[in-house]
Design a protein around this ligand. Structure first.
Ligand code: 3HC
Ligand code: NAI
Length: 703
């Protein structure tokens, strides 16, 4: 039967099981189709539909095999995460639904397109066979939500791909493309043409072969090391650093250990226990919150729906330093040509070489093909002449952090850029309205604040000036997706959201080293809390000179000022708070230690020991307070945007949910009391929410 005819036959004979499920028969093959946008998640209606449809297929004497397919953009993308906190009491349990699919006496085939993730892949694992389009991906990414695959995935996957591969897939959570999934036996066939037609043909052949189908739970020949305890010990040891602070990976390892040592049903019970433990954990609650928070940031309530976006086909970047070269890569990688402008030849060459080097590293790691590398570098047009930006649709300035320089550049751009071009600045702290005022078109000026390394970090702060036009904001928010960033909208203030939030942490850290702890001791406590790096290591990375230091006004009155004055600007000078070797590996610096001790002496403090917990509290409470002020001032749209900004931009440990979520887990009353104890005035919003018994991280309810 030709492709169109198969689909027609399905459509014509389709009967609805419920709102999201249909049942059709093509000859002797039953076709169950789920249609529950956006991603066919396993919500109550889908579970009910599957339960009833598989019962019908089992009873249908004309049906000799069953195909499970999905309409829309993807196969089932997993359990419905929204339902986790509000389960549908009338719908059947997912495990009961999957048990029914698993027990189907007729050959069952999952027809996978898009992504079969989490509970989606677990559903497919309950079918006897899986066929997929070449572009499909399959995976068990529950670890990213602080969970493990809790619908049999930890028990069934090892029975197909072996314990080691299953462990890697579940602990890393990275989806696998159809071709490698086929190689490891997870996908039985890749269908080049029409998926449904291919799946039906596969099902017919399965019937014709006459061999009784074997459910995955009864397969064990795929286990490469059924009783090798070494595998698990080795896996734990190899990944100890990556697992640190995370509960889910360890529970996944335990569940796979159960899969290879216990009978299937006992393994399922163990999986359920380990899943429940994670499900009830604070870590998983935080990660689930962040999942939706990330997807909410692009919604700007006051942007009229249908606000047009300006097409961005050519980009200009001014300044090929640390940021400019990384910023350029984002667009080159997304297929957008970039003209990179510098003031001097040597800086331009350095910038171009940095871009090439980064792409070559990706090539070596197998993340890029030679052809893609060539295409990306061919899209790059280095230049020493700003006039070459005359055709760009978007120009991003990333020169030194100096207002007069930025204003001079924007005034020049005003005469060069084509009408309608968006003029953006990557400033970290400066007033975007003052920069916009240097042009005759402040409505076209916006802040696009990338984080270092700009080609890696996923946060993009989109800073709306007082005159920025709605279509410019809408374009920037949309563009973020094109370059695989998460946009967070900010109003204009010193440091915008992320840098402003981290300033009190930095101030608290600087004050704290005068009371006893050395910079690396402070960093150690923050790393133990879960930060990727501590505040002093971060300062060194960003560059002490760009964090508001001005040689003209520097008065040697802080440790940082003295470090700046003596040229210790951080990693780029191989010296900052830490000393760095040629590979940028840090070590505690005797120079810094002597300086800190001198400042302690001058401050006449009696240095004392601080516990890690005390250090963390001293540094983070003022951050929470600043977040509340940012919300009061309307700089951030919602508290969850702040959490996303800090998790994505500053390595705030995701398992804590970010500062706003963390504050709620501590309790706002306690936060207020502790702020007062360290001499800080709590923001009025904190007091109001605490009085109302309301949460901070969901504020405001309307955004
Ligand atoms: N449950 C509920 N809603 C979901 C969802 C899920 N599992 N997955 C995606 N959505 C929603 C998103 O919130 C978003 O809603 P919105 O439009 O209202 O913001 C919409 O679907 C589209 O999602 P994306 O913007 O992420 O769309 P993309 O096309 O970029 O990505 C995707 C699609 C790859 C499927 C991605 O959404 C994704 O990775 N989803 C999560 C997959 C996952 O983690 N599955 C495991 C769930 S836990 C589980 O299954 C437990 C089980 O083991 C018992
Ligand atoms: P950098 O010093 O590494 O690079 C700046 C580049 O601009 C230099 O190569 C310089 O030659 C060039 N330049 C100066 N004047 C120019 C002109 N008139 N025309 C063309 N090029 C010119 O600085 P970095 O770190 O890249 O910072 C750039 C901007 O990005 C600053 O505003 C900074 O605040 C901001 N930023 C920096 C971050 C960081 O982590 N370094 C993070 C986010 C923003």
């Amino acid at each position: 039967m030709a492709s169109g005819q198969t689909l027609d036959a399905v459509r014509e004979s389709a009967q609805s099981i419920n709102d999201v499920t249909t049942y059709a028969r093509v000859g002797t093959v039953a076709v169950i189709t789920i249609d529950s946008p956006p991603v066919n998640a396993l919500g109550g209606a889908v579970r009910r539909g599957l339960m009833d449809a598989f019962a019908r297929a089992a009873d249908d004497s004309e049906a000799h095999a069953v195909v499970l397919a999905c309409a829309g953009r993807t196969f089932i993308a997993g359990a419905d995460i929204r339902e986790f906190d509000a389960p549908d009491p009338d719908a059947p349990d997912l495990l009961d639904v999957l048990a029914r699919i698993d027990a189907c006496p007729k050959p069952t085939v999952a027809a996978i397109h898009g992504t079969a993730l989490g509970g989606g892949l677990e559903t497919a694992l309950c079918c006897h066979y899986r066929v997929a389009t070449p572009s499909a991906k399959v995976g068990l990414p529950e670890v990213a939500l602080g969970l493990l695959p809790g619908a049999g995935g930890t028990q069934r996957l090892p029975r197909i791909v072996g314990a080691q591969t299953a462990l890697e897939m579940m602990v890393l959570g990275k989806p696998v493309a159809a071709a490698p999934a086929h190689e490891i036996g997870l996908i039985d066939t890749i269908v080049e043409g029409d998926l449904l037609e291919g799946a039906i043909a596969f099902a017919r052949n399965a019937v014709l072969s006459g061999a009784p189908p074997v459910p995955v739970r009864e397969r064990s020949e795929g286990l490469s090391l059924p009783h090798d305890a070494e595998l698990f010990a080795r896996f734990r040891a190899d990944n100890a650093r990556a697992f640190k602070g995370y509960q889910a990976p360890e529970n996944i390892v335990r569940a796979v250990e159960a899969a290879v040592t216990l009978p299937f049903e006992a393994g399922m019970r163990r999986e359920a226990e380990l899943f429940q433990e994670l499900f009830a954990s604070r870590q998983s609650a935080a990660l689930r919150y962040l999942f939706f928070a990330e997807r909410q940031t692009a919604r700007v309530p006051d942007l009229p729906t249908g606000t047009p976006k300006r097409p961005i086909a050519k980009v200009g970047v001014i300044g090929a330093g640390t940021m400019g070269s990384g910023i350029a890569m984002n667009f080159l990688s997304a297929g957008i040509p970039v003209t990179l402008v510098e003031q001097e030849d040597a800086a331009l060459e350095r910038g171009v070489a940095a871009i090439r080097r980064n792409y070559e590293i990706s090539l070596k790691k197998g993340k890029l093909t030679p052809a893609t590398l060539d295409a990306c570098t061919e899209r790059l047009h280095p230049s020493l002449d700003m006039a070459d930006l005359c055709e760009a649709d978007l120009i991003i300035e990333a020169v030194f952090e100096k207002m007069t320089l930025k204003q001079e550049i924007f005034a020049r751009l005003d005469g060069i850029a084509r009408p309608g071009a968006i003029l953006a600045t990557n400033t970290s702290f400066l007033d975007i309205n003052a920069i916009a005022a240097a042009t005759s078109r402040p409505g076209d000026v916006i802040g696009l604040h990338f984080f270092s390394p700009a080609n890696v970090m996923r946060l993009l702060e989109v800073v709306r000036g007082s005159a920025t036009r709605p279509d410019v904001v809408a374009t920037a928010m949309g563009l973020a997706r094109t370059i695989a960033k998460i946009p967070v909208l900010s109003g204009v203030c010193d440091g915008f959201i992320a840098n402003r939030m981290m300033t009190p942490r930095m101030d608290a850290a600087q004050a704290l080293i005068l009371e006893g702890p050395l910079p690396w001791e402070v960093d150690k406590a923050m790393v133990a809390y879960g930060f990727a790096m501590g505040p002093f290591a971060m300062l060194d990375l960003v560059g002490l000179d760009v964090i508001g230091w001005d040689p003209a006004t520097s008065t040697s009155s802080t440790v940082t000022q003295v470090l700046c004055e003596t040229g210790r600007w951080g990693q780029k000078r191989q010296a900052g708070f830490y000393d760095y070797d040629a590979t940028r590996r840090p070590s505690p610096s005797p120079v810094t230690e002597a300086l800190v001790r001198e400042f302690q002496f001058r401050a006449e403090t009696q240095p004392r020991l601080f516990s890690g917990e005390e250090i963390v509290e001293r540094l983070l409470l003022p951050v929470v307070n600043e977040g509340a002020r940012i919300l009061e001032e309307g700089i951030a749209l919602r508290a969850s945007d702040i959490d996303v900004a800090l998790v994505m931009g500053y390595g705030w440990p995701p398992v804590t949910g970010g500062p706003m979520f963390w504050a709620d887990t501590v309790g706002l009353e306690k936060i207020i009391a502790r702020l007062e104890a360290i001499g800080e005035t709590p923001a009025p919003l904190l007091r109001r929410l605490a009085d109302d018994g309301a949460a901070l991280h969901t504020w405001p309810a309307t955004a």
